[in-house]
Write a protein that binds this ligand. Structure first.
Ligand SMILES: Cc1cc2nc3c(=O)[nH]c(=O)nc-3n(C[C@H](O)[C@H](O)[C@H](O)COP(=O)(O)OP(=O)(O)OC[C@H]3O[C@@H](n4cnc5c(N)ncnc54)[C@H](O)[C@@H]3O)c2cc1C
Length: 435
């Protein structure tokens, strides 16, 4: 037992990936006293592209231009996929609310309401997605129109070769020219790191040097593509400034993880959620949680040892999968790490993976996770809600393979929106806890 004064809130969200951050936004927008606890997870590795639904069925690799039609087909073929619990109006509302928040916090996104777009990757392939940060947008448009563009990389920046990208993309996007920039006064000499370069380009003098290095290579091109290095907290301002100096559109191409784009998303969320009054316990974990049948959940929070206690009538579990730490595999079973919830999974380790690593159907263990009811509450082995006020959202949910289906952020955002809606409904029926 601890003598610490507990922190009271209406809702505690566990996990600071896309699902947890989005849930915190939706809860704050609905007036809930919200606490958010989590360590930096997968989000800093993410491209920050918002996939809604790109590929179905995964075994044929069929890419869909219309994500809504793809969701309809998926739900028809796989009625246990979590999207089956989410009407399309709910998904649209969730994404719009999230994008409004990001735009208001200087990270605007672009896209089309009813179709996917294709983004050039650091491999030279095209990735299907739904919404892209504004700093990528001129590249999406230029690729669609096959405009002649210059792709530039930076000497010392590993994992991003303009020549390789242009060569791999040459059949779908002919007319790409390339150059390598040498920017010792911006990036230092030796190995160059994207984050350092991005922070350096927040300074006017460094942007001038970048524009001067690009200027001799612009004849005959209509836009310029760079690795995602245009600032961290002010990427649109950095982009616009360099565009003005060049006199043509500029776009970013995602780099290999960890890059700058996930970091931008993380910092934008943290800034914006703090301003909305969310109580943030960043770089912390919920180390233990008790789930009484009546009264508040009690969550012990800290880095290594418990340092504070949160009491909340409702909890949203958004702890992710194996990388985030929400699921853990021991030799025989996959477990949920915080509440030891039942995990839907293949019957035994021998069935986790298919023989071929690259089997297009994916591996059964990738669809392991927590089963939920229509109110987004985890279910026990008998199919009943484990607790009336415990909800789950994001990639921890069973019956989906977000990586192959290209539905990662869309599912995280929409399930967070739905879980918060359920929590709001239930809080209304209870006497608010006193603080
Ligand atoms: C390399 C990479 C690229 C990606 N690219 C895309 C893309 O192009 N498009 C797209 O749509 N999506 C992409 N994603 C996926 C997306 O970023 C999210 O990972 C996905 O949407 C699931 O998010 P999540 O919040 O459910 O889980 P996670 O992102 O895994 O977050 C889980 C969080 O829970 C925390 N946590 C776990 N246990 C505890 C605990 N006990 N206490 C407190 N916190 C805890 C973790 O530290 C982490 O912060 C990418 C992901 C990766 C890794």
């Amino acid at each position: 037992m601890t003598a610490r004064e507990p922190i009271h809130c209406d809702l505690c969200i566990v996990g600071t990936g896309m699902a947890g951050m989005s849930a915190a936004l939706f809860a704050a927008n609905r007036g809930l006293r919200t606490a958010l606890v989590g360590r930096t997870g997968e989000i800093i590795f993410a491209t920050s592209l918002i996939d809604l639904m790109g590929v179905h069925p995964v075994e044929s690799g069929t890419v869909w231009a219309d994500p809504w039609a793809a969701i309809a087909a998926l739900v028809r073929d796989q009625p246990r996929h979590p999207y089956a619990l989410l009407p399309s109006e709910a998904i649209r509302s969730a994404i719009d609310e999230l994008l409004d928040f990001l735009e208001a916090n200087e990270m605007p996104f672009r896209g089309h309401p009813d179709r996917n777009v294709a983004v050039l990757t650091a491999l030279g392939t095209a990735k299907t997605t739904y919404r892209v940060p504004l700093t990528f947008w001129a590249g999406v448009e230029a690729r669609e129109r096959k405009r002649p563009c210059l792709l530039a990389d930076v000497q010392g920046l590993k994992g991003f070769s303009a020549r390789q990208i242009a060569s791999a993309a040459s059949t779908s996007w002919p007319g790409l020219r390339t150059t390598r920039l040498v920017l010792p006064r911006v990036a230092g000499s030796g190995e160059v790191f994207a984050e350092r370069l991005a922070r350096a380009l927040e300074l006017d003098t460094h942007r001038r040097l970048l524009a001067e290095a690009l200027a001799p290579h612009l004849a005959g091109v209509e836009a310029v593509g760079l690795p995602a290095i245009l600032g961290i907290s002010r990427s649109v301002a950095v982009l616009r400034d360099v565009e003005q100096r060049l006199g043509m559109p500029l776009f970013e191409i995602p780099t290999m993880p960890p890059g700058t784009t996930g970091l931008r998303l993380k910092e934008t969320f943290e800034r914006g959620l703090g301003a909305k009054g969310v109580t943030l316990f960043l770089e912390n974990r919920v180390l233990a949680a008790s789930m009484p049948s009546s009264g508040d959940f009690v969550l012990e929070v800290g880095r290594i040892e418990p340092e504070l206690t949160i009491r909340a009538p409702m909890v949203i579990l958004a702890t992710g999968r194996f990388m985030g730490g929400g699921l853990k595999a021991d030799r025989q079973v996959v477990r949920e790490t915080l509440f030891d919830l039942p995990v839907h999974q293949p019957a035994g380790r021998a069935h986790w993976h298919r023989e071929e690593f690259l089997d297009p159907r994916g591996h059964p263990v990738n669809r392991a996770g927590v089963c939920i009811d229509a109110s987004f509450r985890p279910l026990d082995a008998a199919g009943r809600p484990v607790h009336a006020r415990l909800f789950a959202a994001g990639s921890i949910l069973a019956h989906q393979d977000w990586m192959r289906m290209k539905c990662g952020s869309g599912l995280a955002i929409a399930s967070a929106w739905a879980a918060v809606g359920q929590a709001v409904g239930r809080l209304g029926r209870r006497k608010p806890p006193s603080s």
